[in-house]
Every structure is written in C-alpha cells, then in structure tokens.
Design a protein around this ligand. Structure first.
Ligand SMILES: *Cc1c(COP(=O)(O)O)cnc(C)c1O
Length: 483
C-alpha cells in the first residue's frame, strides 16, 4: 500500500486517509507519497480521449489504495464533486487566434469560478466521505487571497460533518469574491473578514498555524486543513496537466510547455509532480506578478520574504510559496534532512540562499517571470481587442510570461493556465479595456445572484484575530455540538 510521509522526515508514515484528514504532518512538514507512481507513454496513449472525470479516476487510483476508497466510492465522489461545473468538459481549452499553437486552459468553470474549485471540489467531498464513515465532525480553517475561501465555503456548505471558517483580508480581495463567501446562508459556514492585515493572506496563515500548534484547542475542535498544505489538493491538481496535455498533442510523446500564474506554488507543484511521473512537459513557467518570490527562487536561487505589493492579480499576492518545499523534496532525491534544515531556517529568518548544486538541480525545466500591472492590463486589452476573448488578470500574467520567454520556450505547443473568471475582477477589467466598459464576458450569473443576497460575516481587526476567532469558534462549537 502506498504510504505518505512528511517531507521533513519526522513521524511515522501514514495511510492515505490519515494524510488527508491530518492536513499537516506531525512535524509541521508536508505529506508526500513515499513513491511517485510512474506513467509510461503507452499508458498515456490509452488515456487519450478520456474525459476529465474518467482520467481523474485513473490518476487518483495510482495514489489511493482500494481498501481505503473502493472503485465505486471513488467514482461516486468524483461524480458528485464535478457535477456543479458549468461546462461538460469541466476544463475547456481555448486556442488563441493571435498566438500560434497556444491554448488557454480555462480552469474557472466550477461553481465559484476559479481554479480553486478544481482541487477543492474533490478534497472537500473526500473529507466528507471519510467523516461520514467515521461518524466524526471536523472544523477547517482556511485563509484566502480571494478564491480558496469561496470554493471551500461552497463545497462545505450544508455538509453536517464539517464546519468551515473562512478568513479573508478585508479590502484586499474584490467585493465579488467577498460576496461569494458572505452570502451563503448555511449554518456551518463562517466567513471572517479581517481588517488591517499588513501582509495580506500570509498574515492569516500565521495565525492559523498557531491554532494548529495549540494541542488542546486542535483536539477539542478536531481541526484540519484543506488549503494546499493538504496533499489531496496537490494530487487532484496533477490531473489537469495530464488532461490538458492529452487534449492538445497530435502525438503522445511530443513535449509541450505550460505556464502557470503562481503564488503558493500548489498548482505548479502538481505540474512538476505530473512531469516527474512521466508527463512530457518541456518547461513549466512560474508566472509571478510584482510579488516575485518564485521568480527569485528560479532565477537567483534566493528564497526571500519581502514586503507585499497589492496588484491587479490579487489572488497571487502571496509571499511564501510553501508548496515549493514539496517539489524540492522530490527534486533533490527525497533528502528530508536537507528539507528540514532549509524549512526551519527559512521559518526563522525569512531568508535563504540555496547552494549552487541545489539551485542547478531544481531549476531544471523551469522558467520564470514577474509581470507588472501595466503589462497585465495591456495584454488583457490586446487579446480582447484582437480576438474578443477576455482574460482575467491571472490568465494574463500567465500569458505575459510566455510572451517574454518566447525564445527560451521554443516551438512546442503552449498551454497557459487561466485560473479565474474575469467576472471576479470587474474593476480591473474596466481599467484594462480602452472602451472602459464592462463586456458581458466580464459578468457571471452566480455573481449577480450573490449581489442580491444578505451578507452574514464575522468582522474583526488583525490585532485581535487570534483571541476573537478562538472565542467565536469555541462558542459555535459549544452551541451547535451541545458540549
Ligand atoms: C490560488 C490562485 C492562484 C495560485 O495558485 P497557487 O497554487 O497558490 O500557486 C492563481 N490564480 C488564482 C486566480 C488563484 O485563485
């Protein structure tokens, strides 16, 4: 049976169910599979033509032991998870007219219209499946830069075995994103708007980790995590790399390039693992905005936490790409001791320079860029004007990187991941387009509905977050669980 271990090497190996329900490993590391499954070209050829859900079933089956989730159960979970997606293909690919062999992977047709739906649809339904079987209840806390929150809230809403606490930095996400969280009326969903976060979403993560470290509190509320610390998110996100690849290639075996708008490196970590498993990806492009942490890692070998910039692509205003550690673990032959030293040292100092050998090893197959807001907005306008296709700011960051890196990328087909629907960012779209008007592509029915609902939200100041949230969570727990 495939087991999971911490990338920092501490603790025992655990089975899949434990890895999913724990979120974090006991030593604060990230769970990784002991072995990455390998996929041959013959296997890939057999998968060409499969729909997204059927392909997901094949890939997830490599990680999930049948004694833990049976074939029928896995099929059921996947079917339930992806039923609310708007497009039959789940993840359509749009071929750009003005760029040769370039496809936009539209990851935003889930119910909260961002790529977070893709991972969380599966993970939340899987967690719920385990909880129902164990007759247990669990509380999750997530911090959001605008998209994790709505997706977690949507998929957890009404599930009686889960309470979801969804923290967002007030004023640093769009009103549309905020309303996606605050207008759900379900008793088990608790949005928390936090004012005055100096470092945006990263601040919230810092408080959340204190909660996980508080053993008494963690046990009382049965706390877990569904952010991209959770292996289930990363595992699920490998699927769209395989799916996109199989959709665009003429012949299985040819290489393609993929560009990913990135913040926490969760999506890219999945891409890098897909490649390690055998998917023929030539380059993965880490597309940053002005918060260029990954660009520094891949161009200079420096992992540094710097002051945050507010940008037009706010979902990737993230300072610490913690899933980089998961990728690095596999990149340096699973040397957990090295990972532990680096992770601990970074946690202490916020500053790390990798030795030359490590740098050369992990940057193989990666390119990076950081786009300015002006470049991002200009590109949105260009693509809209030239072919009436509207990118959201994150999709634009991804395409912008490949324009800059064209020479290095070469002639292979290119897939740019577009991670959000433009309807989540109407103000930016208005600013970008020379018409200064909002086209219909920048609206979405789900957002229009949310605008007409009442809001239900906890509000507090960052200074008091820890105390206020702990009080709110305990009170809710005592009231609803009758303790
Ligand atoms: C979360 C998010 C990303 C970044 O994903 P990571 O896995 O953290 O790199 C990119 N774009 C959008 C719209 C997102 O919501």
């Amino acid at each position: 049976m495939l087991k999971f271990i911490s990338n920092k090497g501490g603790g025992e190996s655990v089975d899949f169910e434990t890895a999913i329900l724990d979120g974090f490993a006991v030593d604060g590391g990230l769970y990784v599979p002991e072995e990455l499954p390998e996929i041959t070209l013959d296997q890939l050829k057999e998968w060409k033509g499969l729909g997204y859900v059927d392909l997901a079933f094949e890939i997830l089956s490599l990680f999930i032991d049948r004694s833990i989730v049976s074939e029928e159960e896995l099929k059921d979970i996947l079917k339930t998870a992806y039923a609310p997606f708007e497009k039959e293909e789940i993840i359509p690919l749009y071929p750009l007219k003005t760029r040769k062999d370039t496809f936009i992977m539209e990851l935003f047709y889930g119910p909260t219209i961002s790529f977070k739906d893709v991972g969380l649809a599966f993970l939340v339904n899987l967690v719920n499946f385990f909880l129902e079987r164990r007759k247990e209840h669990l509380s999750v806390i997530v911090a959001t830069t605008g998209d994790t929150g709505p997706a977690t809230a949507y998929f957890a809403a009404g599930k009686s075995n889960i309470d979801a606490w969804v923290l967002y930095p007030k004023g640093l996400i769009t009103e549309e994103q905020e309303r996606q969280m605050t207008t759900l009326q379900h008793a088990n969903i608790h949005p928390v708007g936090v004012a005055n976060c100096p470092d945006g979403g990263d601040d919230l993560d810092a408080v959340i980790s204190k909660f996980y470290a508080n053993k008494t509190f963690k046990e009382k509320l049965n706390l877990s995590s569904v952010n991209s610390i959770n292996w289930g998110r990363v595992m699920m996100q490998t699927v769209h790399y395989f799916y996109g690849y199989l959709q665009v290639v003429d012949e299985v075996g040819e290489k393609v390039n993929m560009s990913v708008p990135s913040g926490g490196f969760g999506n890219l970590c999945a891409g890098s693992l897909a490649r390690k498993m055998g998917l023929p990806i030539k380059y993965l492009v880490a597309a940053n905005n002005k918060n260029a942490c990954l660009d520094r890692i891949f161009s200079k070998g420096e992992f540094t936490k710097e002051a945050i910039h507010e940008t037009a692509s706010s979902a990737i205003d993230i300072l610490i790409p913690f899933n980089f550690w998961r990728y690095l673990y596999f990149s340096i032959d699973k040397d957990a001791e090295k990972i532990k030293n680096w992770m601990d040292s970074f946690k202490e100092t916020g500053n790390l320079k990798f030795d030359e050998e490590t740098f050369e090893t992990y940057k193989k197959g990666f390119l990076s860029n950081s786009a300015t807001d002006v470049e991002t907005l200009t590109l949105i306008n260009e693509i809209y004007t030239s072919e009436n296709y509207l990118l959201d700011p994150h999709g634009a960051v991804s395409l912008q990187a490949t324009d800059v890196l064209k020479q290095q990328l070469g002639k292979e087909k290119l897939i740019c991941l577009a991670t959000a629907h433009p309807a989540k960012f109407p103000e930016t779209i208005k600013k970008a387009l020379i018409t200064k008007e909002l086209p219909t592509q920048a609206t979405h029915q789900s957002i229009e509905i949310a605008k007409k609902r009442c809001e239900k939200v906890y509000l507090c100041d960052y200074d008091h977050l820890e105390e206020a949230l702990m009080h709110a969570m305990e009170t809710n727990w005592d009231l609803t669980k009758g303790a």
